[in-house]
Every structure is written in C-alpha cells, then in structure tokens.
Design a binder for this molecule. Sequence first.
Ligand SMILES: O=C(O)CCC(=O)C(=O)O
Ligand SMILES: [Fe+2]
Length: 215
Amino acid sequence: MMYDLFANETTGEHEQIGPAAWVLRGYALAYAPELLNAIQILEQISPFRHMTTPGGFTMSVALTNCGRFGWSSDESGYRYSQTDPLSGKAWPVMPDIFMKLASEAAAVAGFPRFQPDACLVNRYLPGSRLSLHQDKDERDFSAPIVSVSLGMPAVFLFGGLKRTDKARRIPLLHGDVVVWGGPDRLRYHGILPLKDKPHPLLGSVRLNFTFREAG
Ligand SMILES: O=C(O)CCC(=O)C(=O)O
Ligand SMILES: [Fe+2]
C-alpha cells in the first residue's frame, strides 16, 4: 500500500475519550513539515537530552523545550524554568505556527482561550517509553494540555485520576492531536515502549509536542 503522507486512515475524526478530552485524528498533518523544520533549528539551540528523574533514573525519552518556560527534571525534582539548564540561556522562542496549531486544536476540543507559554518536545526511539504520570507542574490546571504526535505510531495510555485506575490504550499516529483539560486535566497518562515501525518522513523516531500554560 502507498503511504499517504498527508492523511492517515482516520483523519478528521474527533474521538471523545473523556468529558473534556479528545483525540483529533490527523489534525496536525498539514503542519508536520513546518513543525519538523522548526525542530531542526530549535535543537541547535537547545539539543535533545536525556534527563534524570528525582528517583535517579535516566529517562529513555530525550527532550527539549521552546517557549517562555521549559520543563526539566534532575535529582532534586521537576520544574519549569525560563532558561535551559544546559546553556543557562533562554529556551528558544516558540514559533508562531506552534502557537497557532495548539490554540486551534484546543478550541476544537472546547478550550477557546488556550495560549501556551511552554512546549515540551519528546523524542522517542524504538524501546523508549514514558511511564504513567500526571502533568501537574503547571501553575494553573484550568488550561488544557495539547499533545501533537509525529513520526512512528505509539500506544498512549489514558488512565484515571488515580495511578491504579485502569488505563485505556489509544493508538496515536503521525498527525494525531490529543487534548485533555477540565475534569480530565490530571488524568494519569503515558506511552508504552515504542515498536520499531519506521515512518516515511522521520524513520525510526517519534516526536511528541506537548503544549502547556505553565507560568
Ligand atoms: O508522548 C506523548 O504522547 C505524551 C507525552 C507526555 O505525556 C508528556 O510530555 O508529559
Ligand atoms: Fe504528560
């Protein structure tokens, strides 16, 4: 089968996965070339790196940030900061196109005033995973999280408000966007270890952008 770079089989579907949580299938497809160009510039300023968790583990996902605030982790905890700890300089500016995509996707999902000031970019290789966690380092939970997936497919775990709640397994493809907010904002979520299913644009890589109002 020919691989269509500009559609996946579910493009245009909006799947509700919680009272205020949606998967917007293929919503970011048209933005993919611009997102990828921007990443190449961004990573020259703030390269992808493997951070250490407060528990002393090295994350299998490599990450970087853009925007006024960037998320980082080390032995002493998780935090947002206005500077990249690697360089001591400000994180790269969030490109306008990122802002446009994130605020439009949020609006489609019922959050019309989303203005992210942080974009965390995760890079997964085969075997990389992200264990169940809540996004709770942001100052105000009234803003949603907008998550954009590019490259290799992944299985997103979408659990409940308790770590032990059963998690749904949601396949995410290149171009899919997930938005969760309101009563769903603090739901546990994660990514199962990635299988190696090379993508025609990115090869054996998955990129995920999570947009947040952090400050
Ligand atoms: O990679 C994903 O789809 C999820 C990323 C995530 O949960 C996070 O960065 O906090
Ligand atoms: Fe998260």
